[in-house]
Design a protein around this ligand. Structure first.
Ligand code: MN
Ligand code: MN
Length: 325
């Protein structure tokens, strides 16, 4: 067994239910000795839900996901990789938010995220919060990669999130990717949305994807063999910097009841984790897991699924690194 790059309290002597709560029990970024190599991934929270169109409450998501993450373990049996042996990880705390001011908040989150860890090395995993925060983490991730070519985007969601504006607001949780494409942060022709399902407000909601080249795989198509579309996406994207965004409402409300815009007919927990694992090989440069609404959750199952989805993101990067060397 190799030397662990991130030292955690030994759960055989310090119980997982004791101590201050950070994601995965990872050290706080401020406590990671500066003499150490920069952390590979920093997890941070965005306790913000002023972008929602239906049920509020995802502002409490980061705390719930951190709490549910205390029982995460390090070795992925599916990928045969120990995440803590490959990656140096830390929790960077929460971004500043201003609940009455959407654009100001997202600008502030992006500024905060730009400064986390080593901007040229540390990758960012944001915990929402509603999905509008993906726009901020995408912007920061793109800027930290030099602000050049737009990023490829792998998107798990029941919803398209390419609506121009809702109630006159252009920075809500239905709009993060239309804004990111407009600003040259995401390449719509290398954007794949998996798990989309109806009913939609109108058939015209599909126009954006058709007109801009976004690929959509509905939940039904995924079950009928949509995984091959993910393989095509991986072949097309190759080694290009790719961002992974996971809206927990892609899972069925039976598996993720704690969310703001539940959509029936979604993935089981196992299907979601399995689908994320199929992204193995992509050059992930940033990610988020969003839309956990603890007040509507039951027995923490949504927060647990979100914590495990976040772990799978880290495992994807760990297995890619460990097989490259
Ligand atoms: Mn979404
Ligand atoms: Mn959604």
């Amino acid at each position: 067994m190799g030397q662990r790059r991130t030292q955690l309290p030994d759960s055989r002597t310090t119980p997982r239910f004791a101590g201050l709560v950070t994601f995965g029990r990872y050290p706080r970024l401020a406590d990671v000795a500066p003499a150490c190599a920069p952390v590979d991934w920093a997890v941070y929270g965005v306790p913000y839900d002023s972008g929602v169109t239906y049920r509020p409450g995802a502002r409490f998501g980061p705390r719930a996901v951190r709490e549910a993450s205390q029982y995460l373990k390090a070795y992925s049996i599916e990928h045969d990789v120990d995440v803590l042996e490959v990656l140096s990880l830390a929790d960077a705390g929460d971004a500043p938010v201003s609940p009455y001011h959407p654009k100001q908040t997202l600008d502030g989150v992006a500024d905060f995220a730009c400064e986390i860890g080593d901007p040229t090395h540390t990758k960012l995993l944001a915990l929402g919060g509603d999905h509008s925060i993906a726009y901020a983490n995408l912007r920061a991730t793109h800027a930290r990669h030099g602000g050049g070519s737009p990023l490829a985007l792998l998107h798990f969601d029941s919803h398209l999130d390419t609506v121009d504006a809702v109630w006159g607001e252009r920075y809500g949780h239905a709009s993060p990717f239309i804004r990111a494409v407009e600003e040259g942060v995401v390449d719509p022709k290398r954007m794949l949305s998996i798990g989309i399902k109806g009913p939609l407000n109108t058939k015209r909601d599909l126009d954006y994807a058709r007109d801009h080249g976004v690929t959509i795989v509905t939940a039904e198509q995924w079950r009928a063999g949509g995984a091959s579309i993910l393989d095509e996406f991986k072949a097309r994207v190759g080694d290009a910097p790719t961002y992974l965004t996971i809206d927990i409402d892609v899972a069925d409300p039976a598996y993720a009841p704690g969310t703001g815009t539940p959509s029936v007919g979604g993935f089981t927990s196992a299907e979601l984790l399995g689908a994320i694992r199929l992204a193995r090989g992509l050059n992930l440069v940033g990610a988020d897991v969003v839309e956990v609404l603890p007040a509507m959750d039951v027995a923490e199952i949504t927060a647990l699924l979100a914590a495990h989805a976040a772990f799978e993101v880290l495992a994807l990067d760990a297995v890619r690194r460990s097989t490259q060397h």
